[in-house]
Write a new protein. Structure first.
Length: 307
């Protein structure tokens, strides 16, 4: 498969420390047109609230399977500071079994139809199935968040292009059912960057506007403990791809390993990882605990803007 060349970084855009080359940490300025408005992603950090309408997600499975509870939770997250609501109808936790597109739609369509008429923030849908993407966009969703980076369904890029909607392309090694079975990398950053670069190529070849592509290095998706730490620590290196960056460390197992804590007790660890990612260039953080994250982000943005 052909791939794009990485955007060149000139000598004025880098600095050297010893033998180490350090890329600039300043994030790209991106105005994301999602069809219902503009999100100025470079102006401030945006918060994506996670809404899992599933019985088996690793952290909140079953909590919002009832459409009325899901709608209430979406409204609560918006009140707490969410700029985007990201809905999922299929768990992609490690070891998760896939569900049919019809089952996925049965879970999320009733919620999307209500939210599309009642909220002012964009609705993202976490799916890798083209038919699900088409149906949810028709129902009022604005963004497609594809964990496979447009790989699992060959029609996904075309569907998103025809809908003229933004896409989030994520790196994953394997599939949810097997991704955490001894993942290995010869060069983590090179492999993740190369995968995302190919996803960008697939999106642009299908006709998706370059400024509507968001990248996600895929924390916890086919990654070892040390890989997750390195991806956050070196997140600024993804700026060479010239896209808005999303990061999703929320309640992930690497946080649990550090804190020796179950998912519901990983809020502070999630915030620490998120703030460091923002300093490295993240435009969007994807979190379960919106209220706490929003307060932390407000302070972090103020400090970073002062520099």
């Amino acid at each position: 498969m052909a791939v794009h060349k990485l955007k060149e970084v000139t000598s004025s855009q880098i600095r050297k420390k010893g033998n180490e080359t350090i890329c600039p940490l300043k994030r790209e300025n991106v105005d994301l047109d999602y069809g219902g408005g503009i999100l100025p992603l470079g102006d401030r950090t945006h918060i994506m609230g996670i809404l899992n309408v599933t019985p088996d997600s690793f952290s909140d499975g079953g909590n919002y399977l009832d459409p009325f509870k899901a709608i209430d939770q979406a409204a609560r997250m918006i009140d707490d500071g969410a700029h985007i609501i990201d809905m999922g109808g299929e768990s992609t936790r490690p070891g998760a079994a896939p569900v049919s597109g019809e089952e996925e739609l049965k879970r999320i369509l009733p919620v999307i139809k209500v939210l599309a008429k009642s909220v002012s923030v964009p609705i993202s849908v976490d799916t890798y199935k083209a038919e699900v993407a088409r149906r949810v966009i028709d129902a009022g969703a604005h963004i497609i968040n594809d964990i496979s980076g447009l790989r699992f369904d060959p029609h996904m890029a075309r569907v998103a292009a025809e809908a003229n909607c933004p896409v989030i392309v994520m790196h994953i090694k394997g599939k949810p059912g097997n991704m955490q079975i001894n993942p290995q990398y010869d060069s983590l950053m090179d492999e993740v960057k190369g995968y995302l670069e190919e996803s960008i190529f697939l999106a642009e070849e299908a006709g998706i506007a370059s400024e509507k592509i968001i990248i996600d290095p895929g924390i916890g998706f086919g990654k070892r403990f040390e890989d997750n730490l390195q991806l956050i620590n070196r997140l600024g290196e993804f700026n060479v791809l010239g896209k808005a960056i999303l990061i999703g460390p929320s309640r992930k197992s690497f946080v649990g390993q550090i804190l020796d804590a179950p998912p519901e007790e990983r809020v502070e660890g999630t915030i620490a990882a998120s703030i460091l990612a923002i300093e490295k260039g993240a435009h969007i953080i994807r979190v379960h605990d919106v209220r706490e994250a929003a307060k932390a982000v407000k302070v972090a943005d103020a400090i970073l803007k002062s520099n």
